[in-house]
Design a protein around this ligand. Structure first.
Ligand code: MN
Length: 242
């Protein structure tokens, strides 16, 4: 049942998006990603791997590291785990047509003792992200009695990763390829300067403006001075770029 809606909306002969396959046993079960999707309207698709699928929310303004910011997150259909590594272009005429950037990825820890499915049912899901751009504790909270019942808010909790005035537009490049949305849309090659390492160094690198992106040295220095090293990512190998 979970992926039927995803499959029904797509023609896999026409779109490069992955069809659901076998569950990737190497994925570790706690992958998260955010895809920046320039469709009819630019939005961010926030996805958490739960019970073998990617539970998904469409966030028009994107997530934020500013705890004072509560952005709308529309709960949408589950996506296959395979989709979590996708970056590329969905051809015109297909569902979700436009360019998709793998904006952030990593792992998450569920917070509390209540299983994820139950947290979703109660409309209050709490987790800690270990991404390249997003880190620390977040909550997704259902706005009960509103609209179609799929309207949630994504909220950053106050912790050492919280950042007042954080501006998502300063981070508008791919965690996978280093490319901008425009470069993905034009099928330009992967940026050579994109570093392959994960964790704190990438997080610092991601905070640089594109012009400074090649400054691996300064990123390394900044990462070395960081008191909170990001955890190792186990899932990276299993995630395929499109
Ligand atoms: Mn989307």
């Amino acid at each position: 049942m979970p992926l039927e809606e995803y499959v029904a909306k797509r023609k896999f002969a026409d779109t490069p998006e992955p069809a659901p396959g076998k569950k990737d046993a190497g994925a570790g079960g706690n992958y998260f990603c955010v895809q920046r999707h320039d469709a009819t309207r630019l939005h961010y698709d926030f996805r958490l791997e739960i019970d073998g699928v990617l539970k998904s929310w469409a966030v028009p303004k994107g997530p934020s590291l500013d705890p004072g910011v509560k952005h709308l997150a529309a709960h949408v259909e589950d996506h296959p785990v395979e989709y979590g590594g996708f970056e590329g272009n969905i051809p015109a005429g297909n569902y979700g047509a436009g360019s998709v950037m793998l904006w952030d990825r990593g792992t998450f820890d569920l917070l509390g003792d209540v299983p994820a499915e139950d947290q979703i049912k109660r409309g209050d899901l709490k987790f800690r992200l270990h991404g390249e751009k997003l880190n620390g504790e977040f909550a997704l909270v259902l706005m009960k009695g509103r609209g179609k019942g799929n309207e949630w808010l994504i909220i950053k909790k106050r912790d050492e990763f919280a950042a007042l005035g954080w501006d998502i537009e300063s981070y508008a490049h791919s965690a996978l390829s280093g490319r901008t949305q425009e470069e993905i849309a034009r099928n330009l090659p992967v940026k050579k300067s994109k570093r392959k390492t994960a964790g704190a160094a990438d997080r610092v690198w991601a905070s640089s403006r594109p012009a400074a992106r090649g400054a691996a040295k300064s990123a390394k220095t900044a990462a070395a001075s960081s008191s909170t090293p990001a955890p190792k990512k186990k899932i990276r190998k299993s995630i395929q770029a499109a």
